[in-house]
Write a protein that binds this ligand. Sequence first.
Ligand SMILES: Nc1ncnc2c1ncn2[C@@H]1O[C@H](COP(=O)(O)OP(=O)(O)O)[C@@H](O)[C@H]1O
Ligand SMILES: N[C@@H](CCOP(=O)(O)O)C(=O)O
Length: 320
Amino acid sequence: MAVYTDVSESELEAFLAEYSVGQLLSYKGIAEGSENSNFLLHTTSGAYILTLYEKRVDKSDLPFFLGLMEHLARKGISCPLPVHRRDGSVTGTLAGRTAALITFLEGMWMRRPIAAHCREVGKALAALHLAGADFPLTRPNALQIDGWRKLWDGSHARADEVEPGLAAEVDADFAELSEKWPKDLPAGIIHADLFPDNVFFLGEKLSGLIDFYFACNDFYAYDVATCLNAWCFEKDFSFNLTKGTALLSGYQSVRPLTPAEKDALPILARGSALRFMLTRLYDWLTIPDGALVQKRDPMEYIRRLRFHRQIKSPSEYGLR
Ligand SMILES: Nc1ncnc2c1ncn2[C@@H]1O[C@H](COP(=O)(O)OP(=O)(O)O)[C@@H](O)[C@H]1O
Ligand SMILES: N[C@@H](CCOP(=O)(O)O)C(=O)O
């Protein structure tokens, strides 16, 4: 459960007094998510999400994240909007944490996405890339190879507890990825975490994107690779070519990939799998058992890494 910080009714009411959102009617912690503490709020003016920013969010990045949501919404991307306080600011302090109120988005995330959902996600991702192109702020991706190394340094010594031989296996990935990582591909604002739990649907129609707290500037095709990892593998870790084809053709119907982006897809998919394996591994080894947060299995991403290592051509992802 992602509620790291408890909030009392009286402190929440004092926080809300700075906004023009009416009176608090109810609030409850949201079990889903892993990075921040989230609450669903009902006030006399409607439903809102209250987020208290926790360990992985650098508070100096909040103008980027919240400003990006406003920019994308203005450009027609369906995403939450930060609610402004009476003084015009979009963050305040609550229970000792920096906190923001954002609008509630209707819809639910797909536990078992089908190809039609993957196609919609591909289209939405490309639309996000185009809409972000003139966003004036930038944020380097903290989770590129150097950032991965820091995570790895904190986990390496215990990696073999998860699976014997894992440390050596991942060391070899680092060596190869450092050598082959692309240097020059089309780049701009990327979501960087567009997993199924961050995409809402009403039926088969995509109703919105949430959770921009990993958004940054990086290669667009890296975002595509992350979506292939997050949306197109089955529970048995087989890659679903029909879903891959749907996601990639959806993306390309809005923003065609360049030949260089297509060629880079296997190495980007491998790097993306390594990145998510590393954050999961770090949490797996450091979050105490019994903590109120759902730990995600790093092995799911080791299995993807193993798949990407043996890819010979980007067409194996369903690329046309
Ligand atoms: N704007 C929103 N509208 C509706 N539900 C939301 C919204 N933002 C977050 N949620 C709910 O909160 C959960 C956690 O949000 P998320 O931003 O993914 O948290 P975290 O950054 O901690 O992973 C989501 O799965 C969703 O159920
Ligand atoms: N998507 C990441 C974890 C980040 O969680 P989120 O709830 O913020 O999307 C993973 O699956 O490892």
